[in-house]
Design a protein around this ligand. Structure first.
Ligand code: PSU
Ligand code: MN
Length: 304
């Protein structure tokens, strides 16, 4: 039924049919997460890292009303350089399709499309979560509900402290979503390796992550797994610098009454402006590291 909406590129299709490792990659990070042209350079480099680690990359987006799994370099360039690409989460998908528009997929919608295509591992930078003040604003990313229901493991660098990390973890616990630290017992906070919050389980090898994924889904325990991989030490930011920028961005968003789907892009954009290029460099490096781990997990999962 859904096949008419879905276009899986030949390389990805072949890999999936042969039971080979495939890693899904999101596109909001390209269109809304980084400035042109570094967004395009990063997206292409990320695909190469997936290949170097034995898996096939499947960058996911909606182009002219089609769910695309696996993009050409020209399509990545198009998404990264056009300003009218729409940030697309679960609720937006049907309308972007019906109107034949271009959509950049968030963690939630990338998980949905990866699952339709049969891809089990997805690597990105950071997930959405419960924002500061979510207990009254109800600003909780649809990413968390997707993690509750859709069977895809998401490798990320933890959650940014533009969010309320404690509330985010409580929400994930209620929804039965495991949060695993890759080589760490502490949840990383994106630009820094430490958040002050413990993870549920520390796992040190791709094989063990793959075994947990298999056990979860074999038992019908539907939903995702958050695999939180700390930013490599040499690229960590000074917590004082990044936290100051985040505090200011959060204050400005409250003053300006930023709401709904604009909230996360506003905060990410302001943090970037306030920290200059240094946060962008860290961001790119942590994505590289996550994608490598994602490819290794995908390779191990295929062997089970
Ligand atoms: N957090 C980041 N970088 C990002 C995002 C979140 O550190 O690029 C993007 C992801 O695409 C994520 C989305 O799925 O923002 C969440 O948006 P919202 O909070 O509106 O659900
Ligand atoms: Mn939100």
């Amino acid at each position: 039924m859904y096949e008419k909406y879905l276009e899986i590129n030949p390389e990805v299709k072949e890999a999936l049919a042969a039971g080979k490792a495939v890693v899904a990659l999101e596109s909001t990070i390209i269109s809304h997460g980084m400035p042109y042209p570094r967004n395009v350079e990063t997206a292409l480099a990320v695909e190469q890292i997936v290949r170097d680690n034995g898996a096939v990359p499947a960058t996911i987006a909606i182009i002219k009303g089609k769910l695309k799994v696996g993009l050409t370099p020209d399509e990545i360039e198009y998404l990264g350089s056009h300003h009218d690409v729409i940030k697309t989460s679960r609720r937006d998908i049907p309308f972007i399709l019906a109107k034949g528009l271009d959509g950049a997929t968030t963690v939630a919608s990338t998980m949905i499309i990866a699952d339709l295509a049969g891809i089990k591992v997805f690597a990105t930078g950071g997930i959405g979560g419960a924002h500061r003040g979510a207990q009254t604003t109800m600003d909780i990313s649809a990413d968390l509900q997707e993690l509750a229901h859709t069977n895809v493991a998401v490798v990320c660098a933890g959650a940014k402290s533009i969010l309320d990390i404690g509330l985010t973890l409580e929400y994930l616990e209620t929804q039965g979503v495991p949060v695993v630290g890759y080589g760490t017992s502490e949840l990383p906070a994106f630009y820094t390796s430490k958040s002050g919050y413990a993870v549920d389980y520390r796992i040190d090898t791709p094989k063990e992550v793959a075994e947990a994924m298999k056990a979860k889904w074999d038992l019908g325990l539907s939903g995702g797994i958050v695999v939180a991989n700390p930013i490599p030490h040499e690229f960590e930011m000074d917590p004082a610098v990044i936290n100051k920028a985040i505090e200011q961005a959060v204050r400005e968003s409250e003053e300006q009454g930023i709401k709904g789907k604009e909230s996360t892009p506003f905060l990410l954009g302001r943090v970037k402006e306030l920290t200059g290029g240094s946060s962008l460099d860290s961001n790119i490096q942590l994505v590289f590291s996550n994608v490598k781990v994602g490819a290794q997990i995908a390779v191990e999962f295929c062997k089970l």
